[in-house]
Design a protein around this ligand. Sequence first.
Ligand code: TNX
Length: 530
Amino acid sequence: KIFKQLLCFFFLVMVSCKNEEPVKTGIIPQPNLIEYQQGTFTVTENTVIVSENSEEAKRIANELVTFFDKNFSIKLNTSTKIQNNAIHLKISEEVEHNEAYQLKVSNKGVSITGKSYHGVFYGVQTLKQMLTPKALIKVPTLNFMNINDAPEFGWRGLMLDVSRHFFPKDSVKEVIDILAMHKMNKFHWHLVDGIGWRIQIDKYPELTKKGAWRKVKEHKKPWEDYEATYKDSGAEVYGGFYTKADIKEVVAYAAERYIDVIPEIEMPGHSEAALQCYPEFSCDGEGTSGVYCAGNDGAFEFLQDIISEVVPLFPNEYLHIGGDEVGKQSWLNCKKCQKRMLDENLENAEELQSYFVKRMEKFIYSKNKKLMGWDEILEGGLPERATVMSWRGFEGGIEAANMGHDVVMSPGSPLYFDHNQGKSEFEPPSWGGYNSLLKVYDFNPVPDVIAADKRHHILGGQANLWTEQIKTLSHVQYMMLPRLSALSEALWTNPNQKNKEKFIKKIDIHFDRFKELSYNFAGSALSPDY
Ligand code: TNX
């Protein structure tokens, strides 16, 4: 009987050990399957990073070399020879999904396997989180375990507005680093808006010579708070832009972190910056309306020339054309636009907008890109091949998906990261609303009302960071963190594996990672008020 009881006791101990997470760091986003086993493996000076000899494999291996050096002062060697006591980076056809990875820890060491290095890279991000923060992990000891992980959604994005305020390329790279550590894979670069044009276009040099700058004295709300600061700096003008070389550098930097960069060239509205340089393409010839003239073929040619220069800089498949908040009144007051409507048999301004977007779509498609636009492009009729980014709630996205169009959900509530994440009196400048950490955590990009056979059209979700109120990298980080951590789990982790209580505990630990990486973040996001 005693023997039986002992056996039972050991059995229970084994079962409980298997399910409990022995290393307490917490990984964000939560991996979809983790199994723990008995035993540990410790990385030491004698551990070797094993990988193929390719440039890509070596780059990822080097990321780990740097990591162990920085965090544990351990200098690891790399090798192409399979051996024990190794961190082995492997490619295997048996892994099903391009972004998936398997991570195993056993007495042989660590193996990280992907179908491609995209997956291997994510395995490395997981490993780095298991061995951080330094405040908690003094020795790189790992429990024996198996992780089998893959993302729920293929579009896990963030948009940064660099028009309202300009962020130099090094700041953009830091934003990309934050995306990478969270296994996010899309960076939507809002390069153009009413306030400033930020990308070099050779054929139209005024766009950056003039359109990228604004006089400090002319700052109006909501920038007037900053006027004093800029004035103190002694500068007369504020602004900046990216050369084509800068753009290529950022795109390459993102690609090394498996992040696609989607450029946005806004049209037909939000275009004051371009039209102050080339007013002949507006309806009144003065450019004050900020809307391209839909009756002027020259305006289309201008935009096509710009797109022809933009397309070769961005390898991803999409070009975002904005399309939001078009001030259509200027079209209704314009003779050329009236003539266009007669010639094309268009009944109203919505149909004229649709004509505009469809005409651009044909051109963009001829350049082998797919058009993406904000949900206003539904008005008056969506171009056949367009993908919709739904920001005014979920409705536009639902409508487009049910019509068989691809959709990215980025509803203002809860995915506008220019909104507050705590009580406004304690928060830095923000805009337009309140999106708490836990509202973001609960985000589900696929509303129930979407027909079952149309759900695959929801590519995923994206947060948007508009920068009317945000002028420094540190403030950008504050608005992103920790909400981006919540979004990453909402988009990566299977809903069955999500767990709010556990997430809140993990976030506290994640804060130490942010501190160690010198990222600013909103500690207030966890305040008990919410
Ligand atoms: C609406 S969202 C805009 C932006 C503003 C933002 C402020 C969208 C497509 N248009 O131009 O910056 O609100 O929250």
